[in-house]
Design a protein around this ligand. Structure first.
Ligand SMILES: Cc1cc2nc3c(=O)[nH]c(=O)nc-3n(C[C@H](O)[C@H](O)[C@H](O)COP(=O)(O)O)c2cc1C
Length: 400
């Protein structure tokens, strides 16, 4: 985080009358307070915001917050040194029908999307891979105003994935539209905007700010955010999830996809409520809450304590929820969670997903989404299928 000063070294005498554990705990608490004060100084956040890593919607813009917004803002991107699009007939997927309806009214040329937060704004990866081959890209979670994100550390490795607590760092909806709008239209791939907020008005604000942006074809609502009125995550409560879905549906004619959180007590009920409120599709799923402890420091590794688990560790949970939700709704589902190759994608498709997102896998290998497309094409050919659509829901219980 460039705006964060190096941590000050503060001497804390150990009180010999207290146990070592107690003293270490006090020292660690003191350090955390120092961290928070630094954040308060530097980005205009309140102590509560810095501790929770979430903004206080009541907070008025401050001079420091305005400076931050300016520093995150940059020149309008009009050109990218993009990898040139290969002629269609030379691609391994050429001649195979991989097209799917990823959400009601959203037909894509193939079922492979990138996952929000793992592919920047698309333009960064366009310099590494031919993004024109992807079904669609999903941009980084976008909030009404600029957010600096959470305190460090924000990523910790786990045996089969990672924990992250990025905290929705983004330059704010109007700046995203201004900065990336021109170039998105030229990338040759549909863009789905991932929307986040702390009230229904926040979601509507972001959608209205980006609705007319060239290249944007749909909105994906990240409902893993606390509602300022009750602190509960939108996505954990069917009524709140329905409210935000309805609000956004009224604000746009583009397809609206709700991204389900596995941290809800009843994911199926949330999915059904979103469908009833007009959602055109669902993404299953966002990350699962987790934690790692730094044993040497005797405290959590991530700056926010807990974070979201992604990667292969998440896949069986995501496939299971996809399978459950697919039997309860009739709108399309986009599977997400630990997809690294075509076989993983096939698991989601057979569990009832119409498309998949590739996220954490692209950190290790930016070509992973393309490998998935090639593998799916090879599967359709090898199985003699007319289309990839033939295997959607193949593993679901058959209706008698
Ligand atoms: C570093 C990181 C940042 C993320 N940021 C967002 C985000 O801004 N909005 C969102 O809806 N999901 C976000 N996610 C969740 C992913 O989009 C995806 O749902 C999840 O990581 C599971 O897919 P994967 O295992 O393929 O990564 C993020 C995930 C990671 C790893």
């Amino acid at each position: 985080m460039p705006w964060r000063r190096p941590k000050k070294q503060i001497e804390r005498p150990i009180d010999v009358r207290r146990s070592l554990e107690e003293s270490l705990e006090d020292a660690a608490e003191g350090e955390e307070e120092e961290d928070l004060v630094e954040l308060v100084d530097l980005d205009g956040a309140s102590i509560a915001e810095a501790a929770a890593g979430e903004p206080d919607a009541e907070r008025l813009p401050t001079e420091i917050a305005d400076k931050l917004r300016e520093s995150l803002a940059g020149a309008v991107i009009t050109e990218v040194r993009a990898v040139p699009h290969a002629p269609a007939e030379t691609l391994p997927e050429h001649g195979v029908d991989l097209s799917v309806e990823a959400a009601r009214g959203l037909w894509l040329k193939n079922p492979v999307l990138t996952a929000s937060g793992t592919f920047g704004q698309g333009v960064e990866y366009a310099e590494l891979i031919d993004v024109g081959r992807l079904g669609a890209i999903v941009n980084k979670g976008t909030t009404p105003r600029a957010r600096p994100g959470n305190p460090q550390y924000r990523i910790a490795e786990t045996p089969a994935g990672i924990l992250n607590s990025i905290g929705l760092e983004n330059p704010g909806a109007e700046e995203v539209a201004r900065k990336y709008g021109k170039v998105w239209a030229k990338l040759g791939v549909p863009v789905i905007v991932n929307v986040a907020g702390y009230s229904v008005d926040d979601y509507v604000f972001v959608v209205e700010a980006l609705d007319g942006t060239p290249g944007v074809v749909a909105f994906e609502l990240n409902v893993s955010c606390p509602n300022v009125e009750g602190g509960m995550l939108f996505g954990t409560d069917p009524q709140l999830a329905a409210q935000v879905t309805r609000g956004v549906k009224d604000a746009t004619d583009k397809p609206v996809i709700v991204k389900l959180t596995p941290n809800a007590p009843n994911v199926v009920e949330v999915a059904q409520a979103c469908e009833a409120a007009g959602a055109d599709g669902l993404t299953a799923i966002n990350t699962v809450l987790g934690m790692r402890i730094d044993v040497a420091k005797r405290r959590p590794m991530l700056g926010t304590g807990s974070g979201g688990l992604s990667g292969p560790a998440l896949r069986p949970i995501a496939v299971h929820l996809t399978y459950q939700v697919a039997q309860a709704v009739s709108i399309p589902i986009i599977g997400a969670g630990g997809v690294t190759n075509a076989n993983d994608a096939l698991e989601f498709l057979m569990a009832g997903a119409s498309a998949v997102q590739v996220g954490t896998a692209t950190f290790a290998d930016p070509t992973a989404p393309l490998t998935v497309i090639e593998g799916l094409a090879a599967y359709v050919r090898a199985q003699g299928l007319a289309s990839i659509r033939d295997i959607i829901g193949a593993a679901l219980p058959r209706a008698e």
